[in-house]
Design a protein around this ligand. Structure first.
Ligand code: GLN
Length: 543
């Protein structure tokens, strides 16, 4: 039962801030709460506010910021949007991620146009008004807008966001705005005790900005006793029942919503905002989690790339494997293989015991030859191969060199010879600015019948997200096809190759787009599901 049944919804705002230290899992907490409210019949969207000055994370190195998550509408966003989409099960847009850079860009552009003539442009109210304008983009469209504020309370950078949060509470009142603070309660081994002081300090900092938390989510490695919760509540000015223990989950982040629901987070939120606690429909989700926790099979996939030291660089790929694994009743162990260390000589040895490989996306020529060597090995040895974006481009280069005998075959990104089987897209040739200028976002693709891609999708028209400048050079299409490569997916006008595959191989598919960005918990992604199915089958040949 919704509080208001008119089409225009009375939107409630839930802010999630973080304290003590970073990496506590604000993104997962936000996504989990979103899922729980959705599964109680409410409409929900989640927004991330990032305090950095980059206009978007598109120009940041994956080592700095992890993966860049691309939305259908072509925005390059923070990877937390990936968590939101995977948990909520639907697509978000550029309106779900805002950065300090965007906010200032907007205000400064307006100032230059004379919008504020005569006035001194200031953080309060001009920057905070612009932030609030963005915070309320979805006003009336959803029952809940969950707003995750990046960074840790106390950082200079996130102050304008916190100030806007404070103003939102003042303007909309306590029945419409709720503040959740995620904090850390460390266990000090030598004292054998959990310590609440960092949490007290973090809440104190939050209160100095005029924000009183309604709920504290306390990350901890040990159980929080009732006494401990009472103490935190007392010192932090939060009801004891609203001090919620968030223990590390056993095996998968997808368990977090179930755990938070057991601690009644969703019920506390609804009660506090005066809404009905509709029944929670979580069975499908629980089944998905149980399948992750007790798999029947076990396969090992090598993820070949150059950003292997930082798993977040391939976040969506790693998650897509978890989804596809659950659907195939299989654990998918991922071995990160640094392509810069791979050669034709050591590929067989390095990839020993591997049941399938995925060559991932990337930019720049470091590690390319290693990727080509890995692909040669799996192509020749019938090991399932999945190439994504740069991974697909490398598969085309490998095939051109070793099957079509075009020795110098390469990509224009790394070479300027006449054998560039991968070349710059026409519309990219005059691009000068680096930010936001790639081929970005969702584009349609038509699939050829009776191909591996068709088998996987069971559809002939799909839409997938892109982030690249280069593409398969059509000049070389005939020679590649003559030698057996099948272009199983193209843009509707046939001009851009989107999917290539090799038919005489257990599973060899390369895609120019990023399927991992559309893999969702519970339902997974057709190509990942099909790939893992082939990997499981290959490993258990008698199945
Ligand atoms: N660097 C390649 C291109 O721009 C591949 C990009 C990617 O893997 N996302 O086309």
């Amino acid at each position: 039962m919704k509080e208001i049944s008119t089409p225009e919804k009375h939107t409630k705002y839930i802010f999630i801030t973080g304290g003590v230290l970073s990496s506590l899992g604000k993104g997962i907490a936000s996504a989990s709460l979103g899922l729980l409210l959705k599964q109680r019949g409410y409409s929900v969207t989640i927004m991330k506010l990032d305090p950095y000055i980059n206009v978007d994370p598109g120009t940041m190195n994956p080592f700095q910021h992890g993966e860049v998550y691309v939305t259908d509408d072509g925005a390059e966003t923070d990877l937390d949007l990936g968590h939101y989409e995977r948990f909520l099960g639907y697509s978000l847009s550029k309106k779900n991620n805002h950065t300090t850079g965007q906010v200032y860009y907007e205000v400064i552009s307006k100032e230059r146009k004379g919008h504020y003539l005569g006035k001194t442009v200031q953080v309060i109210p001009h920057i905070t008004n612009e932030i609030k304008r963005r915070m309320t983009t979805f006003d009336g469209q959803y029952d809940f807008v969950i707003i995750e504020i990046g960074g840790t309370v106390g950082d200079i950078e996130s102050l304008p966001f916190l100030e806007s949060q404070r103003q939102m509470w003042l303007e909309r009142g306590p029945l419409n705005v709720l503040n959740i603070h995620l904090t850390y309660v460390p266990y000090i081994k030598s004292a054998g005790e959990l310590k609440t002081k960092p949490t007290q300090h973090s809440v104190k900092a939050l209160m100095e900005f005029g924000i009183r938390p309604d709920i504290l989510l306390c990350r901890t490695e040990h159980k929080l006793s009732k006494d401990m919760r009472q103490k935190i509540g007392l010192f932090c000015n939060v009801e004891e029942n609203n001090v919620i223990e968030v223990m590390d989950v056993e095996s998968t982040i997808y368990e977090v919503p179930i755990m938070l629901s057991k601690r009644e987070l969703d019920q506390i939120v609804l009660k506090r905002l005066g809404l009905a606690p509709n029944p929670l429909d979580i069975d499908g989700w629980s089944k998905f989690v149980n399948k992750i926790k007790s798999p029947k099979y076990d396969v090992t996939v090598a993820l070949v790339g150059k950003y292997t030291k930082y798993q977040d660089s391939y976040k969506s790929i790693v998650e897509a494997f978890i989804h596809a694994g659950s659907i195939n009743n299989s654990k998918v162990r991922i071995v990160m293989v640094n392509s810069e260390e791979l050669t034709e000589e050591n590929a067989a040895e390095t990839l020993k015991g591997i049941d399938g490989i995925l060559v991932g996306p990337g930019f720049g020529n470091r590690g390319i030859e290693g990727k080509v060597a890995a692909i040669k090995h799996v192509r020749e040895n019938g090991i399932p191969f999945f190439g994504i974006c740069l991974g697909m481009q490398c598969a085309v280069i490998e095939f051109a060199r070793h099957v079509c005998n075009i020795e110098k075959a390469n990509s224009r990104e790394f070479d300027d010879n006449e054998f560039c089987v991968i070349d710059l897209m026409e519309e990219q040739k005059n691009v000068k600015e680096k930010g936001g200028t790639m081929r970005l976002g969702a584009y349609p693709c038509v699939i050829s019948k009776n191909t591996q891609a068709h088998k996987a999708y069971s559809e002939l028209e799909i839409s997938e997200r892109h982030r690249h400048r280069y593409e398969l050079n059509n000049k070389f299409r005939p020679v590649l096809e003559e030698h057996g490569m099948v272009m199983s997916g193209t843009s509707p006008d046939g001009s851009l190759v989107e999917i290539m595959e090799l038919p005489n191989h257990p599973w060899f598919v390369g895609v120019q787009f990023h399927p991992e960005l559309k893999s969702r918990a519970v339902t997974g992604h057709p190509l990942f599901i099909s790939f893992i199915k082939a990997v499981v089958k290959q490993k258990n040949k008698d199945l």
